[in-house]
Design a protein around this ligand. Sequence first.
Ligand code: ATP
Ligand code: MG
Length: 167
Amino acid sequence: MTRCASDSAAAGQTETGRTFELSDEVATEALGAALAPLLARGDVLALTGDLGAGKTTLARGIVRSLGYRGTVPSPTFTLVQHYEIDPLPVAHFDLYRIGAADEIVELGFDEARAEGIVLLEWPERMGSYLPADRLQIALDYDAAGKARLARVRGPGDWAERLRALSP
Ligand SMILES: Nc1ncnc2c1ncn2[C@@H]1O[C@H](COP(=O)(O)OP(=O)(O)OP(=O)(O)O)[C@@H](O)[C@H]1O
Ligand SMILES: [Mg+2]
């Protein structure tokens, strides 16, 4: 994982961001592992990017770094996977297949956020239910289509918290 640049232009004045070049799957998981210690109960992380961009890989890095030792599969079909990690449980949603935005309520989004950390793949599918204070992690393919680029930004105190993110 290579630290690239501080990126405030795209994010606006109140949201400064960080950009990372991720040369392979290991680097994507390592970014997740580096984010994990910065997270607290109630945090919502929105992982965006095209099919196969690396959203599940990054989520796996977070879940494992928080102490979960088992398999961390894609929630493509289950829609949500719960990890009962003590003291900070994680709910990992993949909203690609939800029919309507309000299904997120039945899936237990509010309860999951009250208890721990929420990771969202395809967050745009939950429409107006998506919290404004989320950390946004955008994954893109690089020009050659092999490595990935991650842009991480969030409002409020996220900029301060992201400063602790080691390269
Ligand atoms: N930085 C990277 N460079 C190259 N390949 C990567 C990188 N990060 C992850 N991958 C690989 O990309 C593939 C897709 O990863 P992943 O399943 O995490 O994507 P996704 O965004 O969750 O996909 P989906 O949209 O289907 O949920 C995997 O084979 C993974 O190993
Ligand atoms: Mg996925």
